[in-house]
Structure formats: structure tokens, C-alpha cells
Design a protein around this ligand. Sequence first.
Ligand SMILES: [Zn+2]
Length: 377
Amino acid sequence: MISQPGAMIKLKADTVIDLSEYTVMPGLIDCHTHVLLQGDITAEDYDVQVLKESVPYRTIRAVNSCNIALQNGFTTIRDLGTEGAGYADVDLKKAINRGVIPGPRMFVSTLAINTTGHYPLSESTYAWELKIPKGLAEITGADEGRRVVREQIAHGADWIKIYADRGYIKLADGSYRSIPNFTSEEIMAIGDETIRSRRKLAAHAVTRDGILAAINAGATSIEHGFGMDDECIQLMIQKNVYWCPTIYVNDYVAEGRAKAGSPINKYFSETEPALFKKATAAGVKIAYGTDIGGYDWHEAQTKDFEFMVQYGYAPLQAIQTATINAAALLGQPLLGEIKTGNYADIIAIKGDPTKDVKLLGNVQWVMKDGLVYKTVK
Ligand SMILES: [Zn+2]
């Protein structure tokens, strides 16, 4: 008998579970989550979490986020930054692995890295005498970049996450530009230190100004990438870099932010269908990433599947972004497929999601590592 908190059924070897009326498939993988965030549509939502909630309180909330991910059928997540909650993601991963709490397999990136003064909380919106907490680790200079990478790995980072650009604009010719956050010395030092330590680099990068620099520094995945151009697409293919397009989160905030006077996300929403078609037709590989936590954990985690189908992917192609593609991005050959020797991460769904990906929003049975965490009603 194996028992684990949160696991509903204690299984013996050779237990038969009848799922003949369901579609059985590999557990889903979300390559872009923030379990320590609870939705921050506005800058104020973000500041409130960082200023008014202690890290222990945010971690208690994150226990709930981890369970939601697992109940949604995501048996693995790559969590891309604690947003001011220190190394609490390492604790959550540890607690899950030791069976203290239920949750998905976690690959964590701890604090994430940006350059000094380019990330919330913004100093200019608070009394300048205050020492304002920050949503990540700030560096200036290549040596500081190396030091912070080393610190994060020492604390348990599986991935290093950087914010490669900011200040996105759309030009009159329809192209997008941004401000690169790092000097080339800084980003190259971070990439080098990451790769020589056998870790991988994930880059928040939205236009060519961030994307090209991040790929040249060795990034394995481009997060968001809403404003990429043809040169970015070619370089991604050449260097086998994955795109996590985080479609729903952008759509979710677009209208509200446009009404508040910032239309850039709306522009991204308008141009993303054509960009997705062009990039995927050219051969860019997609890994499923939602940015959930950036939006509320009670919202759907499976909307990106629907958008991908709307943008021209076959349902099976969309599903594979969260199974074999995501496992390949993570470098985890024992995930993403049901086969002998792999982890027993399996989910079951009523109906056929290869015909209708909306069904993925209603996962009815979840097994992680051979233990059942959600049972058929
Ligand atoms: Zn994110």
C-alpha cells in the first residue's frame, strides 16, 4: 500500500481502474506558471501582494495553487519566478516531493533576474525614503549577473529566468520594438553561468530587442514573444528554441488595459493569430505555457489550447505542446508520454479532446507518479 496526503485511493500493484469510458492521456505540463502569484491584472494588484502579504502567507496560498494545477490535470509545471517570495518555490517543490502536500512535479526558477530599476515595485510610486521590496533579483554588471545565477542555483533553481526587455511599442510599419534590459555583457554572463552549471535559461522576451539577445545568450525558451519578427523566427528554428506564447493571459488583460490607456496588449492580440501561423508553419516549436498566477488561479488553465486551435493548429498538435513538446523543453524524457518506464502521470477525460480541446478544461481523473489525486464521479 502506498499512501500520500491528497491521494484519494491507496493502490496495490495490479489494481484495475476502469477508465474504458474515458480518454486516457499523459498528464499535462504547463511550462509557465507562478504558483506564488494570485492574479495581478493591474500594477496595484501586484504591489498589494508583495507589500501586504508575508511570504509565509503567500506560500499558504501557493499550496492551494499547486493543488489547483494538479486537479486541472497538470501533473508537471515549470514555475517561472516567485515574484518577491524569495525561494518559497523550492520549499513548495520539496513539500510536494516529500508528500507533505499534493501538487504537480515542479521545476523552479526561484527569484528571476532583471536589471536595476526595471521591475516592480516601482520606486517612483512610493516615498523615496522607503526601501521598496522587489519582485525579483536586480543586477547591474556581468559579475553581479554571475553571482545571482550562482546564488539561485545554490538555493535550488532548476531554471534561470530573465526578463530580457520592457517598454514595448508598435511602430507605424506594424513592427514591434522594446528596450533591452541587459547590456550584452550582462546577458551573456548570465547565459554562460547558467549553461556551464547545466541549467537552462528561460527568457521573458517580447520583441526582437529582447528575443535576439536572449537566444544569443543561450535561452532555451522565449516566453510571450508577442512581437517577434522574421529574424527571431529564423534564429529560434536554427537554435532549437521553444516558444511559450502565453496567449490567453495577454487576451485576458488586453481590453482592460486598453481602456486604461495602454493598448499594447490589444495590438498583440490582434497580430498574434497571424504570427502564430507564420512561426509554426516555418517550424518554431511551441511549448504550452499559460502564465497562470499572472491571472487568477480560478480561471481556466486550458484556454491556450483553444486559442492554438483557433489559430490553425489541429487539436492533437495543441495537446502535444503540453505533453511531448513540453517534456522535450524540460529535458525530461520520462514525462509527456504514456509508456513503459515513464512516470505514471496519467489523466482521463470524458469525450475525445483530439476532436474538441475544450474538453481539456474538464479533466475528471488524475494520477501522478502512480497515485490518484482526482477520481471519477
Ligand atoms: Zn510569467
